[in-house]
Design a protein around this ligand. Structure first.
Ligand code: N7H
Length: 483
């Protein structure tokens, strides 16, 4: 069984948040950092504590009490450079089969150019915001109900590490504030689609099990647990004790071109649905967006309800994730092969003949997504001009026991691969993931009555930074990292 007081809360339960601050830091005084870290550790919310917080939030809602319950949650994670600076031997976090090419060891700056396909500024350097081109040793996440409460906690943390004083043990490289969108858009990302519906259900942890993708072993998310077996071998990568019950955090600073996305939908409405029914331009644009994502803005999966939104289905957790692209193996009638949710979780596409047997099961490639939006709502001016003037997007964050099997693989081998998903009798090339795919973005299958037709599109999501971190267990933090 899991020791829920030993695992950082964001990994399995997601720190509750209306707002979240990410503080990216460098360690400037190793000895002092270790002792400051001992004072910081009690602030960390474990899974056990987050579950309690979530229950308190539910009770607060049920009792219809005014306002939001004041709740703040803190987590911490380190990069390979951070462990190196601390002199912590992190060799058991590195896949021996990958060596220097292990994404955690190489760091995301290098990986962005060699594997993720991020646009480059100059040879070997991604076109990122300046702070992310620097070395980053770690990140502190502060989530909460309000800016006031998060900022109070931030001050307390800065005091512990003596930030901006002669006794500082860390230097802040940069910090970013993310905010859940206001009103009815709460839970929806900036393009307008409901997010956070499909995350892996973890064996022996989740108590509510709704119909949907297969349950994953604990080791898909947590290091040192059954299923944490690197490249899918049956023998787990041996992790040092301190490196167990942690998880790799892939952070990506992703900007979204929202007015441009809306303009594109408007300019390319689908004329008729899959039954031949003529659509209004507005319906045609909505269908185009839904087919790019694989879900309607409400969250309803198009594999279940391909040509008409169904908000009731979308809101029903027993039905809104219960699909497998079944009966669709060689067809894009209901859902394009390259639709974002089909690219990033192909479900039955890789399980059922005649598709080629995957090297490892889809379950080992699942990631726990914990992102939050940043930036303001689209202004009238931007909407009219169809042009972004204010930076906004997603602070993408995802946990997994192997970056090479998880985030990196999804981005490199699925989203950026125009031949994925593969079928023995491939009728047409799927194309790139229309949202996150890097390369020359184009995909087939958007027009349900003309699946071969290819539509090209500009970049709607632009990566501007990121890093790979490891979020250790509480015992690992105490016994090794702060020792
Ligand atoms: Fe994606 N979006 O609004 O378009 N994503 N994503 N993502 N994503 C998902 O099913 C989005 C990104 C995954 O299990 C939904 O919960 C945006 C990256 C995975 O069926 C929506 C950005 C990667 C899933 C979006 C972005 C992924 C998923 C449907 C960036 C990994 C679950 C909601 C700005 C490389 C698939 C849901 C499944 C779902 C959007 C990025 C992966 C609406 C805006 C970089 C695994």
């Amino acid at each position: 069984t899991l020791n829920l007081t030993n695992i950082q809360g964001d990994i399995l339960s997601g720190l509750p948040k209306k707002t979240q601050t990410y503080i990216f830091f460098d360690i400037t005084n190793v000895k002092k950092f270790r002792s400051d870290l001992r004072n910081f550790i009690p602030l960390i919310k474990t899974v056990a504590q987050v579950l309690k917080d979530r229950k308190a939030i539910d009770d607060h809602k049920k009792q219809k009490l005014p306002g939001l319950l004041p709740i703040v949650g803190v987590n911490i994670a380190f990069s390979h450079l951070g462990f190196a600076k601390l002199g912590v031997d992190d060799s058991t976090l590195v896949d021996p089969a990958l060596g220097d090419n292990d994404p955690f060891k190489s760091g995301q700056k290098k990986d962005a150019v060699t594997n993720l396909g991020d646009p480059v500024k100059s040879a070997g350097t991604p076109d990122w915001e300046a702070p992310f081109l620097q070395d980053i040793h770690g990140v502190i996440l502060i989530s909460g109900d309000s800016h006031l409460n998060v900022n109070k906690k931030r001050l307390a943390i800065e005091l512990i590490f003596g930030v901006n004083t002669p006794l500082a043990s860390i230097k802040e490289v940069t910090s970013i504030v993310g905010d859940v969108r206001p009103g009815d858009e709460s839970g929806h990302e900036h393009f307008g689609f409901l997010d956070g519906i499909s995350n892996p259900v973890v064996d022996g942890f989740d108590t509510v099990i709704n119909p949907g993708p297969k349950i994953v072993q604990q080791g898909v998310v947590l290091t040192g647990r059954p299923g944490d077996n690197g490249q899918g071998q049956t023998t787990p990568i041996p992790r040092a004790d301190w490196a167990k019950d942690g998880s790799f955090l892939a952070f990506r600073y992703l900007f979204q071109q929202v007015p441009e996305f809306n303009q594109f939908l408007k300019a390319n409405p689908i004329a008729k649905d899959g039954n031949g029914k003529v659509l209004t331009p507005e319906q045609g644009s909505d269908l185009l967006g839904a087919r790019m994502v694989g879900r309607w803005k409400s969250g309803a999966p198009i594999d279940i309800t391909p040509f008409q939104d169904d908000p009731v289905l979308a809101a029903d957790p027993k039905r809104n994730n219960d699909f497998k692209f079944e009966g669709e193996i060689n067809s894009q009638l209901r859902c394009p092969f390259a639709a974002h949710v089909r690219k990033t979780n192909p479900r039955n596409d890789l399980e059922v003949p005649p598709s080629p047997t995957p090297s490892i099961p889809v379950e080992l490639r699942r990631i726990m997504r914990r992102g939050v939006q940043f930036g303001p709502e689209v202004t009238k001016e931007e909407a009219t001009a169809g042009k972004t003037q204010h930076g906004r997007g997603l602070l993408f964050a995802a946990y997994q026991s192997s970056l090479a099997n998880g985030f990196q693989f999804l981005q490199h081998s699925w989203a950026n691969n125009q031949n994925f998903p593969p079928f023995e009798t491939q009728p047409e090339q799927p194309g790139l993931d229309p949202l996150i795919g890097q390369g020359t973005r184009a995909m087939s299958g958007l027009d349900p009555l003309n699946e071969q037709k290819v539509l090209a599109m500009p970049a709607f999501i632009i990566p501007r930074g990121g890093e790979y971190f490891f979020s250790p267990s509480l015992s690992g933090l105490k016994a090794t990292i702060a020792a």
